[in-house]
Design a protein around this ligand. Structure first.
Ligand code: SF4
Ligand code: SF4
Length: 364
């Protein structure tokens, strides 16, 4: 049973963040970092400005670095890899690069050195060597809903240890939310973060992780166990345990995977009653939940009844990012608009995650 600590933090002021994170470190089994090399895996879905609430706020990263230095960490680095990464990418707009320069730490580009690992059944993928080599790995995630996985937090943040476009390709192997959840758990088996923190000062509700609405949550939360931390997050969001595929899969592997000890605030007392969660129709009954998927298996994607993305031609600026990232090659430009081949679409929602103009929506 791991400790999960949740504390209030009402805004992105450095002194407030430092005090709050210090309390979280003191109320969890924060690892011994003295003399060790620490890598902070931030959530940099895209290099969006902090006010968009898509990425871990730079103030949280700066506060973490200050506290790691205070505790005697040796080398401190920050890293991630957005879904579509350009060569020699640096996280400028997100404010992360400024923090790195100010604190004299290092930016790690996860595309630079990788080691191939088996991540789902027989499928292999490159994984950042820096992540595998780090003495201490910290997952610094963001409190957000997620169109495919319903919520994203400390565990899902680890998907980013697979660099750039290699991530979206994996959706072709792990097509359903349950198989994708299994892939995330496999990644945790390969390299589990030693400590995780969720930036829930400003979170995202509705159509997350990049097109939802910002919501002031006013919390920071942390644990040594990313799954137990995510369980606390889903309680605050108002989801049931069974609504989150990663948590469902974790319990399937281990009955006690989500047994937590709340050392500060109890998430059950922090539930946001009107938080806009992602609602998907779940199959009910033995036939539709067990037999139907089995019967449909030979037809692969034909069994996928999840909603497909819709493209708003007034908002679309034909930047082609969605076409580049689509693993199923379901998108193209036709008559000056984005055309989707519905039969090819596997409903991974990578396109909506990378659209910088909010032109893609996912509706039942
Ligand atoms: S990513 Fe968005 S703006 Fe760019 S082409 Fe696709 S729908 Fe249009
Ligand atoms: S169109 Fe969008 S949701 Fe469909 S497969 Fe391509 S990226 Fe995934």
């Amino acid at each position: 049973m791991s400790k999960v600590a949740i504390t209030k933090c009402n805004g992105y002021e450095l002194d407030k963040a430092v005090s709050a994170i210090r309390v979280l470190m003191e109320n969890t089994d924060f690892p011994q970092v003295s003399g060790k090399d620490v890598l902070i895996k931030t959530n940099l879905l895209s290099d969006a400005k902090p006010e968009k609430g898509i990425t871990t706020n730079p103030i949280i990263i700066e506060a973490l670095i200050i506290l790691l230095k205070e505790r005697g960490a040796n080398k401190i680095a920050v890293g991630d890899s957005p879904g579509l990464q350009t060569p020699n990418f640096k996280p400028i707009h997100s404010g992360i690069l400024e923090v790195i320069e100010k604190t004299g730490t290092t930016w790690i580009d996860f595309t630079k050195e990788t080691i191939e690992k088996r991540v789902y059944k027989k499928t292999k993928a490159p994984i950042s060597k820096a992540v595998l080599d780090a003495d201490i790995l910290i997952s610094a995630a963001k409190f957000k809903t997620h169109e495919l996985m319903n919520a994203t937090g400390a565990s899902k943040n680890m998907f980013g240890i697979i660099p750039s476009i290699h991530k979206s390709k994996l959706h072709l192997s792990a097509t359903s939310p349950d198989s994708f959840a299994s892939l995330i758990l496999n990644l945790l088996d390969i390299r589990k973060p030693d400590w995780s923190i969720i930036d829930a000062v400003i979170g995202m509700e509705g159509s997350g992780p990049s097109n939802g609405n910002l919501r002031h949550i006013g919390l920071l939360m942390a644990s040594n166990n990313p799954l137990q931390l995510d369980d606390a997050e889903r309680i605050i969001m108002g989801y049931k345990k069974k609504d989150i595929p990663i948590l469902r899969a974790a319990i399937k592997r281990d009955d006690h995977a989500l047994d937590s000890e709340y050392t500060l605030l109890d998430p059950n007392g922090l539930v946001i009653q009107d938080f806009e969660i992602i609602k998907r129709k779940r199959k009910k009954g033995l036939f539709s939940s067990l037999l139907l998927p089995f019967l449909r298996r030979p037809f692969a994607n034909r069994g996928n009844k999840r909603p497909k993305p819709k493209f708003d031609k007034d908002k679309c600026r034909l930047c082609k990012r969605c076409i580049e990232i689509c693993p199923a090659k379901a998108l193209s430009i036709k008559d000056g608009t984005i055309d989707i081949k519905i039969k090819k679409c596997i409903s991974c929602y990578c396109c909506s995650e990378v659209c910088p103009f909010g032109a893609i929506s996912i509706k039942e």
